[in-house]
Design a protein around this ligand. Structure first.
Ligand code: NAI
Length: 246
């Protein structure tokens, strides 16, 4: 029996990288996936996964816009009647040291990485409450815990996700909804491919399992927290980083 058979899942930022890995793993486990992204590339990603038998469709959604999210949720509900799992994976970086960072670079990161949690929860939690079931899992980062040069905005946003998770889990636990976060370590995606080779090699040398993580590694970590069997785990941040603890 597949772990997510019959379940309806929203995966934000699913067009590429870790989000695509989560989409693949969840589709293999029988979920029906709404892939949300601002990139039209999301359509091609969904088509590729559907070709391999996945039940997946693309919706052009900006997670920093309540209007955009509300519209997409209404469509999922009218077609499938429920949302079992919400994966808040979409995120951006606008790296710059504090002396050079513009207010707009700070605000952009907060809008996409933090405001989106409020926006998606407002749209999705009422439906999970009605169904008396839900799983909400959001992407934090190892850099919320150890910091990184040029990432005051990003690290602050990813730490906010941990606080949000702790509080929301207290509010919605009585509706059989769990709320967790995942703090990925060093994962091979477009985001990390843009780093200089020597920085990538230095990063890998710090990882006890001796390799960079893959989007599919992350997909399996999300799958664990999304499963029905994880119903007694809530308010937790899972560090998925090959042992490279901050
Ligand atoms: P990525 O940049 O490859 O993918 C992020 C996706 O989110 C993109 O498809 C992008 O179009 C989408 N997105 C951006 N803004 C959006 C918006 N307003 N609305 C909807 N979609 C939007 O990033 P990656 O590496 O796959 O990371 C995924 C998540 O994991 C992010 O939240 C990131 O902060 C987090 N993370 C990644 C790590 C890594 O090593 N790659 C390490 C720790 C955390």
């Amino acid at each position: 029996m597949k772990k997510l058979e019959g379940q309806v899942v929203i995966i934000t930022g699913g067009a590429r990288g870790i989000g695509e890995g989560i989409c693949k793993v969840f589709c293999n486990e029988g979920a029906t996936v709404a892939l949300w992204d601002v990139l039209e590339e999301g359509q091609k990603t969904a088509d590729r996964i559907a070709k391999n038998g996945g039940k997946i469709f693309y919706q052009n959604v900006d997670v920093s816009s309540q209007e955009s999210v509300d519209k997409a949720v209404a469509k999922v509900i009218s077609e499938y009647g429920k949302i079992d799992v919400l994966i808040n994976n979409a995120g951006i970086i606008r790296d710059r040291s504090i002396l050079k960072m513009s207010r707009e670079e700070w605000d952009q990161v907060m809008r996409v990485n933090v405001d989106s949690l409020y926006i998606t929860a407002k749209a999705v939690v009422p439906h999970m409450k009605t169904a008396n079931y839900g799983r909400i899992i959001s992407a934090s980062s190892v850099n919320a815990f150890q910091g990184a040069f040029g990432q005051t905005n990003y690290s602050a946003s990813k730490a906010a996700i941990v606080g949000f998770t702790h509080s929301l889990c207290r509010e919605v636990g009585k509706y059989n909804i769990t709320v967790n976060a995942i703090a990925p370590g060093f994962i091979k995606t477009e985001m990390t491919d843009s780093m200089p080779q020597d920085v990538i090699q230095a990063g890998i040398s710090m990882i006890p399992v001796g390799r960079i993580g893959t989007p599919e590694d992350m997909g399996h970590a999300y799958l664990f927290l999304a499963s029905k069997e994880a119903g007694f785990i809530s308010g937790h941040t899972l560090h998925a980083n090959g042992g490279a603890m901050p």
